[in-house]
Design a protein around this ligand. Structure first.
Ligand code: HEC
Ligand code: HEC
Ligand code: HEC
Ligand code: HEC
Ligand code: HEC
Ligand code: HEC
Ligand code: HEC
Ligand code: HEC
Ligand code: HEC
Ligand code: HEC
Ligand code: HEC
Length: 396
């Protein structure tokens, strides 16, 4: 046998040994243990010291432990342990003094004398709806899959549901520290976080069938659950556009909205840009053109606006003269908002808006599409034409 073969056969034997061992261990596990794990399981029996001492009369009225207890839990346990019902919210079985539904008073195979080999198996032994939830829900929040006690105290706490901190936000940011910093320092904060349920307005703390544990199928449905009325912007009492109604009245929706993804452009936790956008966008009608100032270029090619002359980058051109460049790419450049609506439109193609707001007035743009171009006559300007094939001459 050559040396290589020798080692290969050793490895094969070792692997077989490991497999058989894992199989033997697995085989000894209950179905629940396989699903929930066995993190509490102790290599040797855990004995409760007063039981280990052998003097049964510490707790029983007789030495054989066959007769009554000298007193019932929780008073019995409180002889030696701190009371477990001292805070504002008390877990059902603790309030009922049923310590022994979770702890074996004598000995156990598990740490803390618990009656199950993992925390989650213990919890779902009574909370059976959560057992079904954990098994059937595709996206479970990792700390929930790990141990319910990451967030809930098994006995008593000062917060609703025996949570370790207020479950609506304080609890979340104990772990998601970045969200605490972000939501409190961004310039454009989201009013959703001032609603009574804060983070839970949008997320399910345990998990959900949706990505990021959202309580609605898509971010669009989630957003529209609040933005189907004219909400008031905090500082100045301004009314926000009723997006739900706007989309209903303007059925030609912009791509990301068709996919149901408002978060493609907006950060639901607030941002430092206009209207909580993920990337900057001009705040005013006219702004000096800067490539980095347009969230649009996350999805659209910037050549549309950057190339002064083109025969391919855009259809908004007069011959090869790029009309996007002419309108947008300059010192006093117009925002895309002047001509497009990024949510939805109806009258015109290419998400061209029917009216554009300039100062306090809403001017109609009066777009007319032609075979190779189009024309518009915004406000009191004369009609201007563009044509990809036969450039038009527009008088000043
Ligand atoms: C720390 C207190 C404590 C000590 C010490 C203790 N027991 Fe118990 N024992 C209990 C409690 C509490 C129960 C009731 C369990 C329940 O509610 O299911 C119990 C129940 C029992 C029972 C009834 C059957 C069962 O297991 O539920 C027997 C038998 C028993 N004990 C035997 C003993 C013996 C023997 C000793 C001494 C070696 C002993 N116990 C020491 C607390 C104690
Ligand atoms: C006579 C005193 C005494 C009584 C009564 C008593 N315990 Fe204990 N218990 C102890 C001691 C001592 C320890 C080991 C020290 C420790 O871990 O706190 C202990 C440990 C424990 C532990 C494990 C703690 C750990 O960190 O591993 C649990 C759980 C527990 N007891 C529950 C109970 C419950 C439930 C009762 C009532 C049914 C009870 N005890 C009654 C003395 C007592
Ligand atoms: C719903 C199940 C449940 C009930 C009921 C319960 N416990 Fe516990 N207990 C736990 C779990 C789970 C832990 C382990 C906590 C951990 O490791 O974070 C624990 C830990 C403990 C400990 C050790 C750590 C500590 O907090 O001091 C003691 C002592 C204890 N329990 C006593 C009691 C007493 C006394 C009662 C009755 C008043 C009681 N428990 C009722 C689940 C329970
Ligand atoms: C022995 C059964 C039992 C076990 C084990 C158990 N619970 Fe409970 N739990 C209850 C009961 C009973 C209530 C009270 C239900 C009510 O008031 O509607 C309750 C209430 C709760 C509540 C508050 C629910 C509400 O609607 O007010 C939470 C949260 C909770 N349990 C979490 C846990 C966690 C986490 C664990 C595991 C550490 C656990 N439970 C283990 C029986 C149990
Ligand atoms: C990441 C923290 C976290 C973890 C881990 C966690 N929970 Fe919760 N739980 C919460 C919050 C927050 C609420 C309050 C939800 C609300 O107000 O609607 C809650 C509420 C509950 C409630 C009462 C409302 C309901 O949904 O029925 C129960 C019962 C409960 N949790 C059980 C569990 C069980 C069982 C586990 C482990 C499988 C667990 N929780 C793990 C954060 C958590
Ligand atoms: C005990 C720590 C802990 C607490 C408390 C906690 N989380 Fe988490 N959360 C995690 C961990 C760990 C992950 C997985 C790692 C990651 O993606 O950041 C996670 C992931 C998430 C994710 C998905 C992240 C992703 O990119 O896929 C969301 C959403 C989330 N948590 C929201 C919440 C909310 C809302 C709360 C409060 C109800 C909360 N978390 C409380 C630890 C925690
Ligand atoms: C729970 C209700 C609620 C949900 C859900 C919600 N919002 Fe809001 N949103 C508000 C409130 C209230 C305001 C008004 C206060 C403010 O300006 O922040 C607001 C304001 C806004 C603003 C204007 C911010 C500004 O100051 O210019 C935008 C943009 C916005 N939301 C987008 C979204 C998006 C995108 C979603 C979905 C990811 C969403 N919202 C989900 C309640 C909600
Ligand atoms: C207005 C609804 C809304 C509120 C309120 C909200 N979220 Fe989110 N959250 C979302 C959406 C939508 C996503 C998915 C974003 C995406 O797909 O890009 C998300 C993603 C996340 C993520 C994972 C991705 C990331 O940005 O890190 C975490 C973690 C998270 N949220 C935590 C929180 C916490 C903590 C709070 C409370 C401080 C909170 N969220 C409040 C809607 C919300
Ligand atoms: C393609 C990017 C994009 C998508 C997707 C998008 N938005 Fe917007 N949204 C914007 C831009 C850009 C603004 C700034 C509006 C302006 O300047 O007129 C804005 C503004 C807003 C405003 C503030 C309106 C006001 O009156 O100031 C709200 C509210 C809003 N969006 C909600 C939503 C909702 C809800 C969705 C999903 C249905 C969504 N947005 C999807 C780009 C987008
Ligand atoms: C002065 C009005 C105006 C402004 C400002 C404007 N556009 Fe356009 N845009 C048009 C017209 C008109 C069309 C339709 C061209 C055609 O197909 O005839 C168009 C078409 C488009 C198209 C479709 C593909 C193409 O290029 O033909 C995209 C994408 C687009 N614009 C993005 C933007 C972006 C991003 C901005 C801001 C950086 C912007 N537009 C600014 C008028 C404008
Ligand atoms: C997350 C990706 C994404 C972002 C960001 C984005 N768009 Fe779009 N846009 C699309 C998709 C996909 C389409 C094609 C579907 C459609 O016509 O709506 C599209 C189409 C368009 C059209 C119509 C094209 C045509 O030929 O009819 C215009 C105009 C437009 N976008 C303008 C903008 C403007 C202005 C912005 C910046 C505020 C922007 N988009 C940001 C994805 C995006």
């Amino acid at each position: 046998m050559n040396i290589e073969r020798f080692y290969i056969s050793k490895i094969v034997v070792a692997m077989l040994f490991i497999c058989v061992n894992i199989f033997a261990q697995e085989a000894g596990l209950s179905e629940a243990e396989k699903f929930y794990g066995t993190e509490l399981k102790s290599p040797k029996k855990v004995q409760h010291p007063p039981f280990e001492w052998g003097d049964c009369t510490v707790c029983h009225t007789d030495a054989k432990g066959e007769e009554a207890l000298i007193m019932e839990p929780p008073e019995l346990c409180a002889m030696c342990h701190e009371a477990k019902d001292t805070k504002k919210f008390i877990h059902g079985p603790v309030a009922a003094g049923a310590c022994t539904t979770c702890h074996n008073p004598h000995e156990s195979d598990n740490a803390k004398l618990l009656v199950a080999s993992s925390i989650n198996e213990l919890c779902v032994s009574c909370h059976q709806d959560k057992d079904a939830f954990l098994r059937d829900t595709p996206n479970i929040h990792p700390p929930v899959k790990d141990q319910c006690t990451n967030c809930h105290d098994p006995h008593t706490e000062d917060h609703l549901y025996q949570l370790k901190a207020d479950g609506k936000k304080d609890l979340c940011v104990m772990c998601h520290v970045d969200k605490e910093i972000w939501t409190s320092t961004v310039t454009d904060k989201h009013g959703a976080l001032d609603r009574p349920r804060k983070c839970l307005e949008c997320h399910d703390p345990h998990g959900s069938t949706n990505p990021k544990f959202l309580i609605k199928d898509t971010s669009k449905e989630l957003c529209l659950s609040c933005h189907s009325e004219s909400l008031t912007r905090d500082e100045n009492g301004d009314k926000l556009l009723n997006i739900g109604k706007h989309l209903e009245n303007n059925p030609d929706w912009h791509g990301p909205i068709l996919w149901g993804d408002c978060a493609a452009c907006h950060n639901p936790h607030g941002s430092n840009n206009l209207s909580m956008l993920n990337k900057p966008f001009p705040r005013t009608f006219y702004e000096k053109f800067e490539e980095d100032n347009y969230i649009c270029f996350q999805c659209h090619e910037k050549e549309k606006i950057m190339d002064e002359n083109t025969t391919t980058a855009t259809n908004f051109r007069n011959g090869s003269s790029n009309m996007h460049f002419v309108h947008v790419n300059k010192e006093k450049g117009r925002s895309c908002r002047a001509c497009h609506d990024f949510h939805g439109t109806k009258e015109y193609p290419h998400h061209l808006r029917a009216k554009t707001k300039f100062g306090k007035i809403n001017f109609p743009i009066r777009f007319i599409e032609t075979e190779n171009g189009g024309s518009c006559a915004p406000a009191c300007h004369a009609r201007r034409h563009y044509d990809k094939v036969t450039p038009k001459v527009n008088l000043k």
